[in-house]
Design a protein around this ligand. Structure first.
Ligand code: PMP
Length: 454
């Protein structure tokens, strides 16, 4: 505990925290963990306790903590010029837009904003305007999935398919409908994994028909539903959605806010499925969260209609901070690190290695299923493997608490219906060392062993 903060200093800080700070999405807590530093996969709190950051913050610190060269890139850019709008142009935004095209392996125009929610709002607005400009103004609806999370602002929350996050805040942005998720473990269509007709994809086509294709602007999907419980679709699902979109002149918007920048084991999650989206939204791993930045990548073909002559064809959208030069410089350095250290393939390695090491958990009476996408892992807890009744909150808390006690932070997610937050989540930094991987796996095995054997 040599790095511990002086106790009087810590108490003074907590006093101010209790009085002034509003914590995100959590019940009131007078004793929050106060994080003071980080290095690699590890973070340190005010008491000097070290924890392996098994969720990379909120699935975002892809290159790990404490990268001095990112701080230096930010300082250098701040000294040159810290702010310029994107009504004009600036060097880091130009370079980053070009680099993102390389990563996307397609031709896209890049619109910069501040957060993942922003990036999705921009996608919805651009999609609607695009249809207007093609003489199809009635195409305005978006279809999403139940269980999906797409952000906290009124439109992005409208697209979100988790009831508990929306209650008390309605009415939200209108024009969003939802279809069942491709949740093979609890198939909404009563089918068995690997023996179905991918009815979950067909549900999208049915919804488009029932809503009327002439009213549908686009569908939005994450390659894998991450925050809603690590729901990995059948291999052909995304390709089927691409075909359905093409048949009905509907745009395919892929939300890569979590799956992008290596988390999937490829550069982007849609690459895992060989699909080309019309719009790709990204945030988190774009800067590894060292600075706020998001992007909406729009196919070059779509952009043509925004280039057309006439005063009304431009996208009437601006935000002060979007594409901030410092954030763009941070993103460029972050991507340079991802490339130099080959962290995209490292991500796939980390996932596979973890899966191998925790394989015996499949025999644990309360592990229903372990699901993986790149280096993102979900462990679905049940009270009974046959009935699949979700594990109760006490069991989930015991595992998460046990891990924390041993110095491993993991997440939980699920349906956000009380009692159904039964999926443990892991998404460690892509820079995690072999020792880090062993620590995560050993800790999980020990904690599960102490909670019901394995
Ligand atoms: N889309 C997805 C898939 C996300 O996971 C998140 C954030 N967890 C968002 C959008 C929203 O991003 P932000 O919190 O930056 O607004």
């Amino acid at each position: 505990n040599e790095a511990a903060m002086d106790q009087a200093e810590k108490e003074a800080l907590l006093k101010k925290d209790r009085k002034y700070l509003w914590h995100h999405i959590t019940p009131h807590n007078d004793n929050p963990m106060v994080i003071v530093s980080g290095e690699g996969s590890w973070i340190t709190d005010a008491d000097g306790n070290r924890y392996l950051d098994g969720m990379s913050g909120l699935w975002c610190v892809n290159v790990g903590h404490g990268r001095a060269e990112i701080a230096e890139a930010a300082a250098e850019q701040m000294k040159k010029i810290a702010y310029s709008t994107l009504i004009q142009s600036h060097v880091p935004a130009i370079e980053l837009a070009a680099k993102l095209n390389e990563w996307l392996e397609g031709e896209y125009r890049i619109f910069f904003s501040n957060s993942g929610s922003d990036a999705n709002e921009v996608a919805f607005k651009i999609a609607r305007q695009y249809h207007h400009q093609r003489g199809k103004p009635s195409k305005h609806k978006f279809i999403s999935r139940h269980r999906a999370y797409h952000g906290n602002s009124m439109g992005a929350l409208g697209a979100t398919g988790q009831a508990q996050r929306k209650l008390k805040y309605e009415p939200l942005g209108v024009g969003f409908t939802h279809v069942p998720p491709p949740y093979c473990y609890r198939c909404p269509f009563g089918m068995t994994k690997g023996e179905c007709e991918v009815q979950c994809a067909q549900a999208y086509e049915d919804a488009i028909r029932w809503e009327g294709a002439e009213s549908v602007a686009g569908i939005i999907v994450e390659p894998v539903i991450t925050g809603g419980g690590m729901i990995v679709p059948p291999d052909e699902y995304l390709m089927r959605l691409r075909e359905i979109c093409d048949r009905h002149d509907v745009l395919l918007i892929v939300d890569e806010v979590i799956c992008g920048f290596g988390r999937s084991g490829e550069k982007f999650g849609h690459h895992n499925f060989g699909v080309r989206p019309d719009i790709v939204t990204m945030a988190k791993g774009l800067t590894s969260a060292y600075s706020p930045l998001s992007a909406t990548a729009v196919s070059a073909v779509m952009y043509e209609s925004f280039k057309a002559s006439g005063a009304d064809s431009h996208f009437r959208h601006v935000n002060t901070f979007g594409g901030n030069p410092v954030s763009c410089a941070v993103a460029l350095k972050n991507i340079e690190i991802l490339e130099r250290e080959q962290l995209v393939s490292r991500s796939a390695y980390i996932g596979n290695e973890l899966l191998k090491r925790i394989d015996t958990l499949n025999g644990h009476p309360q592990v229903g299923e372990i699901r993986i996408f790149g280096s993102a892992i979900g462990i679905e807890l049940v009270t009974d493997k046959t009935t699949k009744e979700p594990a109760n909150a006490a069991v989930v808390s015991a595992i998460i608490g046990g891990c924390k006690q041993k110095g491993l932070l993991i997440g939980k997610n699920g349906d956000t219906v009380p009692g159904f937050m039964n999926i443990l989540t892991l998404s460690p930094p892509l820079s995690a060392t072999d020792e880090d991987i062993a620590f995560i796996a050993d800790t999980l095995l020990q904690v599960f062993e102490a909670n019901g054997g394995g």
